[in-house]
Design a protein around this ligand. Structure first.
Ligand SMILES: Cc1cc2nc3c(=O)[nH]c(=O)nc-3n(C[C@H](O)[C@H](O)[C@H](O)COP(=O)(O)O)c2cc1C
Length: 199
């Protein structure tokens, strides 16, 4: 599914977004629209170089070991069925991984932090270390983790500009989460980010 093109201008300053950003753990059930989802994914990992391949977040050696997934709940995003989707950076599009509302299962895999299931979407940032260790050896694992942090902050700040709130979650069972999400085992989840309107 092709996502709407991202906007490159907004009305909230970066300073205001930094000042307002908080980890929010109680969300309204109100759906996001497709433009908001598009904007969040672009801020996470979208291409920002005209005619090029470089992305919103910095990446050691421009090797881009990260993949971004969306766990969309039932009526989580207008015009999108509940399911798990992979963000295809090149085409700025979403491809389905699996169908059905998996938020409860993702929350259970996250040491039963059930509040997560109340957010309309959960963005999952994963790393395939081989794409960066091939050049940097073991140090590449550190680089991928640093990159995940950059992506996470971009999501946080972009959410603020859209009138949305986000949370960040690092406590989960790696294997259970990969199983629940049905993603390649090489795509190791590093951060989970519930996003939605504040309750
Ligand atoms: C790597 C990382 C992992 C985190 N994991 C969790 C988590 O599993 N559950 C949770 O409720 N908050 C988690 N947090 C959020 C922190 O509790 C939160 O950032 C901290 O309390 C500071 O609050 P603020 O983000 O609102 O400024 C995590 C934050 C980071 C950076």
């Amino acid at each position: 599914m092709k996502l709407p093109p991202p906007e490159y201008e907004g009305t909230v300053s970066v300073e205001a977004a930094i000042k307002q950003r908080r980890t929010v753990r109680a969300f309204d059930s109100r759906a996001l629209n497709l433009n908001q989802l598009s904007q969040l994914l672009w801020a996470a990992s979208g291409v920002t170089q005209d005619g090029g391949f470089k992305r919103a977040a910095p990446s050691a050696g421009a090797l881009y070991p990260m993949d971004v997934y969306v766990v969309a709940g039932q009526t989580g995003v207008e015009q999108i069925e509940a399911g798990i989707y992979h963000y295809q950076v090149g085409g700025h599009l979403l491809s389905p991984v699996s169908q059905g509302d998996m938020r409860q299962s993702v929350a259970r895999a996250s040491l039963s932090q059930m509040w997560m299931a109340g957010s309309p979407i959960i963005i999952v940032i994963s790393a395939e270390y081989g794409r960066v260790t091939v050049k940097y050896g073991k140090r590449g694992i550190r680089y991928a983790m640093i990159e995940a942090g950059h992506i996470g902050q971009n999501i946080f700040l972009q959410a603020q500009t859209l009138g949305l709130e986000a949370a960040i979650v690092g406590a989960y069972d790696d294997k259970k989460l990969i199983d629940v999400m049905n993603i390649p085992s090489a795509h190791e989840p590093l951060l989970l980010m519930p996003v939605g309107y504040k309750a």
